[in-house]
Design a protein around this ligand. Sequence first.
Ligand code: FES
Length: 106
Amino acid sequence: IKLKITDREGVLHEVDAPTDMNMNLMEVVRSYELAPEGTIGICGGMAMCASCQCYVTSSHDLPEMSDDEDAMLAEAFNVKDNSRLGCQLHMTPELDGLEVELAPES
Ligand code: FES
């Protein structure tokens, strides 16, 4: 699927992500090195650090947040109505065309 990811410098990247590898958005960002090493995915995708927070700017129907994601975002900085944890968004065909911005490092 194609994704549009705006990095923390405001630069837009159009990337391809596979849907058959159980990858999440945080892993896609890391694989394309769209954020400096050590600033995203700090907890390894456990919904425990919020370093992978992003703002979803397209109007996709996203999967419901888990209680863990909801609780982490309740404590995180720079949270907006469209915040999600990248590590909790798995690449599925429904997310083709997804547009996100990486939240500032906190
Ligand atoms: Fe830590 Fe997503 S990588 S919350």
